[in-house]
Design a protein around this ligand. Structure first.
Ligand code: PGA
Length: 235
């Protein structure tokens, strides 16, 4: 495990963008696993500026996102598809047909979970997976539980997640109560994992995840077993 401590959020964003840029440069047709949340926004801004400077090219890149809220259509401004379009995809030359976010509105959610895992497998897995971390240790929407769930699955969101995400909605009641998330297997099978964590409030869960016992009660703790984990953090 490599931990890169940075002075501030701007530096964290540049470091994370360096690592993602290196991946794209060394393998132009790579599969990037992408994340939503407030932490990666600065990283995406950096990637956009590198694209504008012609330092990186997304034309052959495929993306797979971690998760999506159940019940939100792609054009809902709180959906993760909308987030990815507005924070990254619309500003770079990625082929939209090669961008993948699980659907939160599939008629058959279980079939959608299976489709998503098959898709990741058919792509040959993920080259670099970007992750944020929740205050409860979730990665994607893999919430604390008494077991790790390997496959893409539908998850009931924990109260602390709903509370944390309510800042983006008009009220707590408006936050979807379930989501579809990539499971632990696709994340752990990614060739490289890049975890970003910003703020004093993330330090405790980060310490617990990286140095505490490996337990599904702290989903990110499984990353201790990943052979190529880089953590970029700032307080
Ligand atoms: P945040 O979310 O980047 O908005 O803190 C991280 C997460 O919940 O995965």
């Amino acid at each position: 495990m490599r931990i890169i401590h940075t002075e501030n959020y701007e530096q964290l964003s540049r470091q994370a963008a360096n690592i993602i840029s290196a991946q794209i440069i060394s393998k132009p047709n790579c599969v990037l696993g992408l994340a939503t949340g407030s932490t990666p926004i600065g990283t995406y801004k950096e990637l956009i500026s590198r694209f504008e400077n012609k330092d990186i090219d997304f034309s052959e890149v495929t993306t797979v996102n971690l998760d999506e809220y159940c019940g939100l259509t792609p054009d809902n401004d709180q959906s993760y598809r909308y987030f990815m379009n507005t924070n990254l995809f619309n500003h770079v030359n990625v082929d939209m047909a090669k961008t993948n976010v699980p659907s939160g509105i599939a008629d058959d959610p279980q079939a959608e979970c299976e489709r998503y895992d098959n898709l990741i497998e058919s792509l040959g897995g993920i080259d670099l997976q970007l992750l944020g971390i929740g205050h409860n240790g979730h990665i994607g929407f893999n919430e604390p539980d008494d077991k790790f769930t390997k496959e893409t699955h539908i998850v009931k969101l924990g109260d602390s997640t709903i509370e944390a995400n309510s800042r983006f909605f008009d009220s707590y009641d408006d936050v979807p109560k379930s989501a579809i998330t990539m499971g632990i297997k696709a994340i752990m099978n990614a060739k490289k994992v890049l975890l970003v964590a910003s703020g004093k409030d993330k330090q405790e869960i980060l310490k617990k995840s990286l140095f505490g016992p490996i337990t599904p009660n702290v989903p990110a703790s499984i990353l201790q077993l990943h052979p190529d984990l880089t953590v970029v953090e700032c307080e």
